[in-house]
Design a protein around this ligand. Sequence first.
Ligand code: MEV
Length: 411
Amino acid sequence: MDSIIHNFHKMSVEERREIIREFSNLSVEDMKVMDYRMDLDTASNMIENVYTIMDYPVGIATNFRVNGKEYMIPMSIEEPSVIAACSNGARYARPDGFIAYSTGSFMRGEIELYDVPDPNKAIIKIMQNKEKILEMANTRSKTLSSMEKGAKSIEIHFVNNELIINIIIDVADAMGANIINTMLEYVSGYIEELTDSRANLRIMSNLTTERITYAYAKFDGKMLGPETVDRIVRASEFAKNDIYRATTHNKGIMNGIDAVLLATMNDFRAQEANSHAYASIGGYKPLTDYQKDKEGNLIGSIKVPVAVGTVGGATKTSKKAMLAMKIMGIDNSSEFSNILACVGLAQNFAALRALAAEGIQQGHMKLHARNIAIAAGASGKLIDTVASEMISKQSISYTYALELVKKFTGE
Ligand code: MEV
């Protein structure tokens, strides 16, 4: 089944669920999870001082085809327009869809050595015992060792008069934070002994320059029109040369990536830090690039470090996050990274398209007005009636919405 679903946005929640069930071959048990609420006990075991559980809406982005496979993509976000824009962005990349590639799962852990009496001797000592350090680290994960993954190499650099030991670890399908930190803490005592110095921090780095994802799409020039193609290329140059614009441009990319990370209960802060730090290497730049090809199509690409896992992590604690993974049908970390990069590219393209063509406020205000109408107590058809009235009077406010709800319901 392909992921182009006509009028998906106009369907009822039940109709949408039925399509998702069919698309992802969900079981009766899976369907029940859609109405499941995490209980306070589970929540209290996850974090501290729990008093309630937050409600974030979760929607589905349609139209995605990545490396020849169709995807429906769960996204959780409080901002209207994002999911509609993302789906719309993916539609322009059809029929070919996106292609994407992830480089693998090498991560970096850092040990900060201070009070190093003889740093140049210390470097040699560490390098002479490199194999032993790596072997020691690898005793911490039987799983990684059995897959011939795990700690692979050591890099050392100076920061002022401290020695920073980086251990490069292939974490396979994990995000890797826990195993990296465990390995670092385990080997740091031996490194202290070898170098007669002291270890301060022992922590993974959230900048994953060895775990990069590339994605590419050809956005249809005929659908866009030549003027919009040119304006998007122009906007891309603007972002390359203006940090204020680049920040907003990348924020738009993260709208999509974070929403998928939230729906799958992954650490979106780690990904935010990763993306922005990477964008700032050599001066803050946009993570995407756009060019026009000879046929007038818009060629979009993204290069972004993505560190996500499909094993371990909080996903397993949440039935809904597990269901989101099942809906996407993802089974390894590279595939997941590919999807995230494609969502980021589609999201960014959709924002640029709207900004370069009609502007985003028109669509955005419509959804915003609907939200205000709902907050003021409108339901069913009344939501659109109240929203349209507010837009036509150019007065979108909660007080006015309350007034209109009263007027239309006669209450
Ligand atoms: C809003 O959340 C995101 C945008 O500002 C992104 C952009 O300007 O590219 C629309």
